[in-house]
Design a binder for this molecule. Structure first.
Ligand code: GDP
Ligand code: MN
Length: 380
């Protein structure tokens, strides 16, 4: 689960990492009121779950409350790579002398948290890694050993920080960031930029924070931060129905039972020249209600032009899936062509049930490849 900048900064503030004071605003009038309350120049910052807001025009300085109101009017409603701005974070503006980068992520390969630190902040870290890899200090923390003060010192000296005031402040932030990362079961905690003001004060000017979904059950307060309005409505519906669903960009809706078969189905559709509209896994059950729920999610996607139903019966019986498909058709009045391939337990009976139904938009194919070709042809 990704957090908004203002939510991540609240976690930073609680962990003792310095951040600027700010207020949330959803209208230009609220932005003006926030600027008046904060006093002095402010920054108006789009709150969307994507980076690079600055370049996209989602971050503007406003020296007066009047200008805060005007900038808020410009930024609200802006589409930043598919994310429409509904909320703003109005923050006391900082003077910037230097921009650094600091993050800790979970490195799955090494099975350890990984710190990255560089004095070349403000730009995308991938850019630094590609253009000037020596400027990027990388350091793993052994989770059994836990955080040790030398980790912070090695990051700070490794990046060539020679000002003693900065060294001390950054080392303290590194330790607090690690604690915050572990305590919230985070996958990523990134500060870009970590700034130094002309007075030598170090603070977090941005926050990118991702918490492990699987750990949310033990972080109720963080789980509540999820913004349902920002989630893809189809993915929200799927979550509600307990259907595993990932939206993709193509036109062939894909439904399989089991993650492995569903992934192969995606591959075979691509192999025959099609583009999958989604990845949907019915799971092991495959009962009538599960089929109806999954079809409801898939048919809500207006990009879907045909549906490829790929079932391998094991514990799941193909005749039961076939009845589920027919029940879904009669309940929902689906007009999208549905191509079905059934194999395994009771496959013949399943195919017979479908054929006898004589539904105009139902196509039963003998193999996975035939079914993929037919689904792609029907989506064209
Ligand atoms: P991002 O573009 O989504 O990563 O958003 P950031 O919060 O990192 O802001 C982008 C850039 O805007 C920063 O790198 C800064 O250069 C600039 N910026 C943000 N806040 C301030 C501020 O308080 N004062 C000044 N002078 N610049 C800021
Ligand atoms: Mn940033």
């Amino acid at each position: 689960m990704d957090l908004y900048e203002y939510q991540g900064k609240e976690l930073f503030r609680r962990a003792g990492i310095p951040v600027s004071e700010g207020r949330l605003a959803e209208t230009p009038a609220e932005a003006r009121a926030a600027a008046e309350e904060l006093g002095g120049p402010v920054v108006v910052k789009a709150q969307v779950l994507t980076g690079g807001r600055g370049k996209a025009g989602g971050i503007k300085l406003a020296p007066t409350p009047d200008e805060a109101e005007a900038r808020a009017g410009e930024i609200l409603g802006l589409d930043i790579r598919g994310h429409v701005v509904r909320k703003l974070w109005i923050e006391k503006a900082s003077d910037i002398a230097k921009e650094y980068y600091l993050s800790v992520t979970f490195d799955r390969g090494a099975k350890k948290p990984l710190f990255m630190f560089t004095t070349q902040g403000g730009v995308e870290i991938e850019e630094v890694a590609a253009n000037d890899p020596d400027a990027l200090v990388r350091l793993h923390v052994d989770p059994l050993e836990g955080f040790q003060p030398w980790v912070a010192r090695r990051l700070v000296y490794g990046a060539g920080i020679d000002d003693p005031g900065e060294q001390k402040q950054i080392a303290a932030i590194v330790e607090k960031l690690y604690r915050c990362f572990v305590e919230t079961d985070a996958m990523l905690a990134e500060i870009n930029p970590l700034i130094v003001t002309p007075d030598g004060e170090v603070k977090a000017l941005d926050s990118k924070f991702t918490v492990d979904d699987s750990a949310l059950f033990r972080h109720a307060a963080i789980a509540e931060l999820r913004d349902a309005s920002a989630a893809d409505p189809l993915e929200a519906l799927a979550r509600e129905k307990g259907v595993t669903y990932v939206k993709l960009d193509g036109s062939v809706g894909i439904l399989g039972n089991g993650a492995g078969l569903s992934m192969s189905t995606v591959d075979v559709v691509v192999t025959v020249g099609g583009q999958p509209a989604n990845f949907c896994d019915l799971g092991g059950g495959g009962n009538a209600q599960g089929v109806i729920d999954a079809l409801e999610v898939i048919t809500r996607d207006t990009q879907v032009r045909s549906i490829f139903f790929n079932i391998f019966g094991g514990i799941t019986r193909c005749d039961e899936v076939a009845r589920g498909i027919l029940e879904a058709l009669s309940q929902m009045g689906i007009e999208t062509p549905i191509v079905v391939r059934l194999d395994g337990t009771n496959a013949e009976e399943g195919r017979r049930i479908l054929q006898e139904a004589e539904a105009a938009n139902l196509y039963v194919e003998p193999t996975m490849l035939d079914a993929a070709r037919r689904a792609v042809e029907l989506a064209a």
